[in-house]
Structure formats: structure tokens, C-alpha cells
Design a protein around this ligand. Structure first.
Ligand SMILES: Nc1nc2c(c(=O)[nH]1)N[C@H]1C(S)=C(S)[C@@H](COP(=O)(O)OP(=O)(O)OC[C@H]3O[C@@H](n4cnc5c(=O)[nH]c(N)nc54)[C@H](O)[C@@H]3O)O[C@H]1N2
Ligand SMILES: Nc1nc2c(c(=O)[nH]1)N[C@H]1C(S)=C(S)[C@@H](COP(=O)(O)OP(=O)(O)OC[C@H]3O[C@@H](n4cnc5c(=O)[nH]c(N)nc54)[C@H](O)[C@@H]3O)O[C@H]1N2
Ligand code: SF4
Ligand SMILES: [Mo]
Length: 671
């Protein structure tokens, strides 16, 4: 008799919704995957991508064995080797690099392939080993850092609204966020709000599928959101609708900031943002008189030169309107900061302080000859597909003296440059603990099936590397369940009663916060304990794309693709088919000005690089703006490039965030 077994798990991907999922296992095989109907945020649905996760885990191109490169770097020619051979070579190379150049010559380049606390990003998996070796720190700033820092200036934390409380909002601003693509579970709460009369506004340079569903759409010029925010607050003041009591008792810096707001009346903001003055005024009036207003602003907004400032200024709005008083009011960027879990990465194992290398600056880091990186250890990352300035990264990865190890599930572009490839488990095959960055739950991931081939989890791989290096520090050998217990052992009240046993039993647990959760009722975690407005002169930073007079005149944005999750699923045949190859959306005017027509093959180019794409003439973008998406695998495109070939390695104003949506390009027919 065969029996079906349902195993509860979590989607590991870098998506705010962190779904609770149910894997049905029959005869040791995962036969069905669905969203958990009992979970209040997942509500039974996964998404168009992860519905294919089991197919993906069983895909014929899955990496199942350790491999050693045999061809030149970049060729993708490998020979299968045993784990013993791989570990021997790794131990030999790491030891000689540490002896000759010091531990800091190792760059542990961890990405967002999994957000797990045990295997992934949130727990900085592997960092204990790196500390024991004295490796450089890796600043994982690629995704949301500029916005986090901007919010920290204003609120003392990136944490804000519980997204579930949008159900209680009366005005919802979907600001630089494509909800139906990049975290669609929020939509049900928005629908609940709408059923109760809420008005929904999308603010985006692209008329996205989310904008199509909104009550109102404002086409904003990329990178100019702070100017819009200031003008909206200007109208709130014109209406005399500012919350005087809130300003007085819960904020600091108002006098200064009020002067800043006065510099951005709607007509000035209209010039900057490209949004008609009357629309800015109308939304300002609506904002002035609608409580609670909930602002969903996510990471798209901060992938610009002024990205940190944009979030800092947008976060000032509820300080003026007093929206933080109400459930359904305020700003929701990420809930991560509400999760009181801190992995113990054992910094005490470092013999001396070490440098920090910055994820968004990989090209530069590989070029630096002063204190060179000699080992690049890539895990859960695909920098050849996802990181800025692809051409220079490629050059860096070609360096013969660079020892590159890649732990991967699939033969990505980055794998092609590895000296040693280590086969990695997928989520149904390993243990992990997750929290969403768009909800307030912890979710347990119990392994459902045995790993295929010789795949190992991140933790097990690092345990084996440590053993082969002869390291004796006991904490390097903690089991996954021991790590899990450490993670939830904190004494923060939000963890009261949450144990590993309970997580394994129930699959998910809401953090112990009041429900509905209204943050900042007890003050803000800023130095003053109050919401801190930006100083005068610091309300708005113009984007790189506002520069005029140069040879490149089109502002290019490259947001999330509907069918990929970053570069994950970029090799799935059906999702690739649905996405089509790289496309570039261009307004009718810009196409006509360049003599280009719909469907034509074009080259998109600037001084950083060049990418081939299909041109789509579209009324979804305004003149001066062009849009493509992230996620395509460069090597699966005929020209071996994706949009990051056009993204310069420039810093946003805060946290050295990447400027994926702030590059100027030109377009010409493909010869
Ligand atoms: N399907 C899918 N879902 C994903 C991802 C994916 O690749 N695919 N990626 C995941 C990851 S890693 C993250 S970090 C999250 C974040 O995802 P989001 O926060 O949604 O980030 P983006 O997709 O970069 O941009 C969101 C929207 O912002 C718009 N935008 C760009 N520039 C500006 C601007 O200057 N102003 C305004 N107002 N809007 C602007 C874009 O056009 C886009 O519609 O999504 C996650 N979810
Ligand atoms: N043009 C453009 N580029 C962007 C963005 C953009 O908006 N525009 N967004 C940026 C953002 S928000 C982010 S977060 C980054 C993401 O950039 P990265 O962190 O590099 O993420 P991915 O490209 O998805 O690559 C993750 C890899 O990890 C692998 N993986 C998944 N799970 C595991 C695991 O458990 N173990 C191991 N060893 N490997 C695993 C997957 O197979 C995949 O190849 O991309 C950025 N790149
Ligand atoms: S990618 Fe997001 S929406 Fe899709 S299953 Fe994972 S957490 Fe859910
Ligand atoms: Mo991200």
C-alpha cells in the first residue's frame, strides 16, 4: 500500500509573501505542491512561478554532482568529480590562499536564492565558517538597502505596517510596487479594503498589470517620487489638514521640513515628475481628507540615485497626516525588521577585524589589485545574471588567478565561470526556518524528500568544508535543528511561546504582536523617540536619468518579470516561453523619433554595454521612458546579455544600493 503524506514547508524565494506550502509525498516522491489553505496570508495560492517548483526540482538540467572545470573559464565545460575530490581541492586552495594572502582574500558572495534563516540570506548561512577563516564580510545590499536606510532616518527602522491591515485602509497608494507580479497575496487585502470603499492609486512609470486594476494611475518619471511626496504634503498643508497634535507630540524637525515642502508646490512637482498638476492636486486633496491612508511602497522606488531619500521623504507623509494612529495607516515597505531573530554568526571567531566587500560592487571588487580577492565563493546568487555591469563582472570572473566556487542547483551563467561547482539542495529537500518580509509569520520548512544525486544543503556543505579544513570549533558542526533552536531562543516578547517543536508541529506561527498590529504607538526607535523629518534641502535627490544633453536620452527601468523570480526559473522552458525573449517597451513617440517599429529587433545600448531585444511599441510607458525586466539568463539570449549589461555600477544615495531603474540608454535597429 502506498500512502500519501502531506509535508508543510515554506517558499524560500526572495518574495515578500513567503508562502506556506504543502508538499504531497508518495513513495518518496513529491507529487503535488499547493499553497496552504489554512495560512491567513497564503490563503491556498502560490504563484505562476512556484506552481512549477516540483517540475523545476526535477528538471533535467539540475546539477546533481560536484564538478571541476575542464574548459576555459566561461566555457561551461565540466567534469564530474566526487565530493571527496571537491573537498580536497577546496581545502588545498583555501589553505594556500589564506596562508599567502590572508583570509580577507576570500569573498563569500551570498545571494538571495533562499531567504532562510538556516540555509540562506536572513541567517547569513556559512558566516561562522567565514569568521573562522577570517574571510571578508559580504554586505548583501543588492535588494533593499537604500530604502531601508531611508526609512531608518525617518522612523528608526525599515519596519512599518502589517500588510494585512491594508484591508482597513480607505486610501491605498501602490507606490513603486507591482503587487500582482511581485507579491500578489496582498491583493486580497486590497480587495477587502475596496469592498469597504477604499480608493486605490498606482504610481509607477509603467502602467503595470497592477496599475490596470487600480482606480487611478499616475505615470511618474522614474526616480522623482520624493518630489511627488513633497507636493502631496504641500496640498495637505494647503488644505489645513495636517495633524497638528501628531506633528507636535510625535515628530521632530517639522519647521525645517515644512520649509522644504513649501519649495515643492504641485506645479513644481509636475515639472519634475511629469504628472499633470491637477492630478497631483487631486490626490493631495484626497490624501488630506482620507484616514487611514496606507502606502505600499516597495523596492522599485529605491533602485535609483535618490532611492534612499525617496523612501525617507515618503515615510514623512504619515508624520504629517497622523496616519500611524490607525490600523491601515502608514507605510509598508518590509516587515523584516519586526522579526526579532538574529542568527549567531560568531563574530568572536574572527581573529581580527576584517574588511567589508559590497555585493553591488562586485565588478570593482574583482578588479581591485591592491588587496585582491583570490577566492570568490558564490552561493544562492547568480551575479552574472543579477548584478550591475555584467561585462566587467565577466572580465573579473575570467581572471585565471581567481579561485571560484559556486554552490548551485542549475547551470547558470555564473556556474560557467566556476572552478568547482557544488550541487545544492532545493527547498523540498532541506530544513529551514523562514519569515516573510511582507507578513508577520514564521514558517517552518520540513524536508519532504531526499536530495537527488549528491546534492547537499548549504549547512551540510559548510560542515563538510570545515571538517576537511580540520577546524575544531564546535559551533561549525551544529545541526540544522540546533541552529533552529538557537534562532528562536531570543527573549523578545514577539517570540514568546514559539519553539522549534511548535513550528514543526503547526508549520507556521504568527509572531506575538497585537492583531491588528499598529507600529509606533509607543514611539519611534529613533534617537529622539519621534518620527524625524528630513532636514531642509534633503527632501529630493534627482535621478541620474534626469541628466540631459548626453548621447543617451531614454530612462530605462528593469523591474520584476512576472514569470521569473530574479533569475530563478530563467531556465524553465514554459516560463521562458511565456516571457518571450528580452523585450523593450517604448512609447510611440520615441519609436517614431528613431524610425523604429513594433516587433523589430533592436539594440539597446549605452557606454556600459549593449543588449538585443524585441521592441514593443506601447502606451504603457511615457515618452522618455523605456522598460524591460530582470531575470533572463544571459546565455539563453542570442547575444549572451541581459539588462544588467546596461546597468552601471553606480551607488544610490544610501547604503550603496544598486540603481537598476536609473540608467540612460539609446535604441537603434539591430543590424
Ligand atoms: N514575479 C516576480 N516577483 C518578484 C520578483 C521577481 O523577480 N519576479 N523579485 C522579488 C524581489 S527580489 C523583490 S526585491 C521584490 C521587489 O519588487 P518590487 O518592489 O515590486 O520592485 P521592482 O519590481 O523593482 O519595481 C516595482 C515597480 O516599481 C516601478 N518603478 C521603477 N522605478 C520607479 C520609480 O522611480 N518610481 C515609481 N513610483 N515606481 C518605479 C517598476 O516599474 C515596477 O512596476 O519582488 C519580489 N517578487
Ligand atoms: N536589472 C535588474 N537586476 C536586478 C534587480 C532589478 O530590479 N533589475 N533586482 C535585484 C534584486 S532585488 C535582487 S534581490 C537580486 C538577486 O540577485 P541574486 O541574489 O544573485 O539572485 P538570483 O539571480 O535569483 O540567483 C539566485 C541563485 O541561487 C540559486 N539558489 C536558490 N536556492 C538555493 C539554495 O538553497 N542554495 C544554493 N546554493 N543556491 C540556491 C538559484 O538557483 C539561483 O541561481 O537581483 C538584483 N538584480
Ligand atoms: S514566489 Fe512569492 S508568491 Fe510565489 S510562492 Fe513564493 S512566496 Fe508565494
Ligand atoms: Mo530583491
Amino acid at each position: 500500500m502506498t500512502r500519501e503524506l502531506n509535508v508543510l514547508g515554506a517558499c524560500p524565494l526572495d518574495c515578500p509573501d513567503t508562502c506556506s506550502w504543502v508538499v504531497t509525498v508518495k513513495d518518496g516522491e513529491a507529487v503535488r505542491l499547493r499553497g496552504n489553505r489554512d495560512h491567513p496570508y497564503t490563503r491556498g495560492a502560490l504563484c505562476v512561478k512556484v506552481n512549477r517548483y516540483l517540475e523545476h526540482a526535477a528538471a533535467p538540467d539540475r546539477i546533481l554532482h560536484p564538478m571541476r572545470r575542464v574548459g576555459p573559464k566561461g566555457s561551461g565545460s565540466f567534469q564530474r568529480i566526487t565530493w571527496d575530490e571537491a573537498l580536497d581541492e577546496i581545502a588545498r586552495r583555501l589553505t594556500s590562499i589564506v596562508d599567502e594572502f590572508g583570509g580577507e582574500a576570500i569573498w563569500p558572495y551570498q545571494g538571495t536564492g533562499t531567504l532562510g534563516y538556516i540555509q540562506g540570506e536572513t541567517g547569513q548561512a556559512g558566516r561562522r565558517l567565514w569568521n573562522a577563516l577570517g574571510a571578508s564580510y559580504h554586505d548583501l545590499n543588492i535588494c533593499s538597502r537604500a530604502g531601508n536606510d531611508g526609512l531608518r532616518h525617518t522612523n528608526g527602522t525599515p519596519g512599518g505596517m502589517d500588510p494585512e491591515t491594508f484591508a482597513q485602509s480607505k486610501l491605498i497608494l501602490l507606490w513603486g510596487t507591482n503587487t500582482l507580479t511581485s507579491g500578489h497575496h496582498l491583493w486580497k487585502f486590497i480587495q477587502d479594503a475596496r469592498a469597504a470603499g477604499a480608493h486605490v492609486v498606482a504610481i509607477d512609470p509603467i502602467r503595470t498589470r497592477t496599475a490596470d486594476q487600480a482606480d487611478e494611475y499616475l505615470a511618474i518619471r522614474p526616480g522623482t517620487d520624493a518630489a511627488l511626496a513633497l507636493a502631496l504634503m504641500h496640498v495637505v498643508l494647503d488644505e489645513g489638514a495636517e495633524d497638528r497634535d501628531y506633528l507636535e507630540n510625535h515628530t521632530t524637525g517639522w519647521e525645517d521640513f515644512e520649509r522644504e515642502i513649501r519649495k515643492y508646490p504641485p506645479d513644481v512637482a509636475a515639472e519634475i515628475t511629469g504628472i499633470p498638476e491637477k492630478d497631483i492636486r487631486a490626490l493631495g486633496v484626497r490624501l488630506a481628507h482620507t484616514r487611514p491612508t496606507g502606502i505600499r511602497a516597495t523596492m522599485g522606488i529605491q533602485r535609483h540615485r535618490g532611492g534612499g531619500t525617496a523612501m525617507r521623504t515618503i515615510a514623512s507623509i504619515p508624520g504629517v497626516t497622523g496616519d500611524w494612529r490607525h490600523p491601515g495607516g502608514g507605510v509598508a515597505y518590509s516587515t523584516s525588521a519586526h522579526v526579532p531573530i538574529q542568527a549567531d554568526t560568531r563574530p568572536d571567531l574572527l581573529e581580527k577585524p576584517v574588511r567589508t566587500l559590497t555585493m553591488t560592487r562586485l565588478a570593482e571588487g574583482l578588479e581591485d589589485t591592491g588587496d585582491p580577492v583570490k577566492c570568490l565563493w558564490v552561493y544562492a546568487a547568480n551575479p552574472m545574471g543579477s548584478t550591475s555591469d555584467q561585462n566587467r563582472i565577466r572580465k573579473g570572473l575570467m581572471r585565471e588567478d581567481l579561485f571560484t566556487v559556486v554552490m548551485e542547483q542549475f547551470p547558470t551563467d555564473t556556474v560557467d565561470y566556476a572552478d568547482i561547482v557544488l550541487p545544492a539542495t532545493m527547498q523540498i529537500e532541506h530544513t529551514d526556518l523562514h519569515a516573510g518580509y511582507g507578513h508577520m509569520y514564521l514558517i517552518w520548512n520540513e524536508p519532504a524528500v531526499a536530495p537527488p544525486g549528491e546534492c547537499l544543503s548549504t549547512t551540510e556543505t559548510f560542515r563538510r568544508v570545515a571538517r576537511r579544513l580540520g577546524l575544531t570549533e564546535p559551533s561549525l558542526y551544529d545541526t540544522d535543528l540546533e541552529i533552529a533552536a538557537q534562532l528562536v531562543s531570543g527573549d523578545h516578547p514577539a517570540l514568546d511561546g514559539i519553539t522549534v517543536d511548535r513550528l514543526r508541529e503547526e508549520g507556521w506561527v504568527r509572531l506575538n504582536y497585537p492583531d491588528p498590529f499598529v507600529p509606533f504607538t509607543e514611539g519611534f526607535p529613533t534617537p529622539s523617540g519621534k518620527l524625524e523629518f528630513p532636514p531642509e534641502g534633503r527632501g529630493y535627490v534627482a535621478p541620474f536619468s534626469a541628466a540631459t544633453g548626453g548621447p543617451y536620452r531614454l530612462a530605462m527601468i528593469t523591474p520584476a518579470a512576472h514569470t521569473f523570480l530574479n533569475t530563478v526559473f530563467g531556465n524553465n522552458p514554459e516560463l521562458r516561453r511565456r516571457a518571450g525573449g528580452p523585450k523593450i517597451l517604448v512609447s510611440e513617440k520615441d519609436a517614431a523619433d528613431r524610425g523604429l517599429s513594433d516587433g523589430q529587433r533592436v539594440r539597446v545600448f549605452n557606454d556600459t554595454g549593449e543588449m538585443a531585444a524585441h521592441l514593443e511599441v506601447s502606451d504603457r510607458v511615457a515618452a522618455g521612458v523605456v522598460a524591460t525586466t530582470k531575470g533572463h539568463w544571459p546565455k539563453l539570449n542570442p547575444d549572451g546579455a541581459n539588462a544588467n549589461v546596461l546597468v552601471g555600477e553606480h551607488d544610490a544615495d544610501m547604503g550603496r544600493g544598486a540603481v537598476y531603474h536609473d540608467n540612460l540608454v539609446e535604441i537603434a535597429p539591430l543590424a
